[in-house]
Design a protein around this ligand. Structure first.
Ligand code: DLZ
Length: 300
């Protein structure tokens, strides 16, 4: 929360943040009942930052303006602020400095909206600055390609799993044209199709979907073990994440529960796991320049 000196400063800053694309949160306004002096009224304007951190500073502030905003794309923000300033009736009256290196390993520019009202934007030059402790995937599927391998055996269930997986991908921003669906006869055939798709190098992740019913499957354990081993091996040897959405159930009723009835939709869960793993894979590669894999199991 930042207290500003006047209503004019309040409006000026609010306009600037709106122009920079900050999403507006719920503001508030409070007026004293008896007196109308501005001393007795207050207003808040909220701007939502998708990622934020609270920084306590003891001693001198690292720069002059009391309002220091850390950003991750300083040059783009600089251009946006400049454009906004030029569009004001008074133009870039107060002035905007060029981004310059500070003595605390950051680049910073200051914009003076008018005398006495300045804001500084800065970006750390340390690539590890404010990095979370763990690498975590995001859940955006936009711009990534996915393949789904779905068995036709027990289609009444696998169709629902497929619907769930597609739902996860499309609702997470994946384009329909970026999803390739391959139908195979049964669970036994999933690993070879998954491996062929993974080896093309065209997909960020593969989603495998099938249902094995213990009561109806001869050599159930042997088939299940082989399917799981084959999918895991394809993932490990190609480096492409494979989400495991092969259900192993005692009965058809149990399988139905896991395909959209009582126990969620394991196809949807496999879709989300694939999206997350695709993102994690990308981040690990960016950080370390190498590929890592992990087993994702959502079935059983
Ligand atoms: C043969 C068979 C049996 C008995 N049960 C299942 C099953 O429960 N789930 C499944 O996905 N597939 C089953 N299959 C078919 C095999 O997976 C495979 O498609 C055939 O044996 C042909 O290779």
């Amino acid at each position: 929360m930042v207290r500003v000196a006047s209503e004019a400063d309040f409006s000026e800053l609010a306009e600037l943040f709106e122009a920079l694309g900050f999403e507006q949160g719920k503001g508030w306004s409070e007026r004293a009942q008896q007196e109308s002096s501005s001393e007795n009224s207050s207003r808040g304007a909220a701007f939502l930052a998708p990622l934020g951190n609270l920084e306590l500073v003891y001693g001198r502030l690292p720069a002059d303006p009391p309002l220091l905003i850390e950003v991750t794309a300083l040059d783009e923000i600089h251009t946006a602020v400049k454009t906004w300033l030029m569009g004001r009736p008074e133009g870039a009256a107060g002035g905007i400095s060029e981004p310059t290196l500070t003595d605390w390993n950051a680049r910073l520019f200051t914009v003076e909206l008018r005398p006495g009202l300045s804001v500084a934007f800065w970006q750390s030059e340390n690539p590890l600055h404010n990095r979370p402790m763990a690498i975590e995937g995001d859940l955006s599927a936009a711009g990534r390609r996915f393949a789904i391998v779905a068995a036709r055996w027990n289609a009444v269930i696998t169709d629902r799993l497929l619907q769930g997986a597609l739902d996860a991908l499309l609702r997470s921003g994946c384009a329909r044209t970026d999803v390739e669906i391959v139908r195979v006869p049964g669970a036994w055939e999933i690993p070879s199709a998954a491996r062929t798709l993974a080896e093309t190098g065209r997909f960020a992740a593969i989603i495998t979907l099938g249902v094995l019913l213990r009561g109806e499957t001869a050599h159930y354990e042997a088939i299940y073990n082989e399917v799981a081993r084959g999918i895991g091996q394809s993932q490990q040897e190609t480096g492409v994440p494979h989400a495991f959405g092969v259900l192993t159930c005692e009965t058809l009723e149990q399988a139905l529960d896991r395909a959209g009835l009582k126990s969620g939709n394991k196809g949807f869960e496999a879709g989300i796991a694939a999206i997350e793993m695709a993102s994690i894979q990308e981040k690990i590669q960016m950080e370390n320049g190498r590929v890592s894999t992990a087993v994702i199991e959502v079935g059983s």
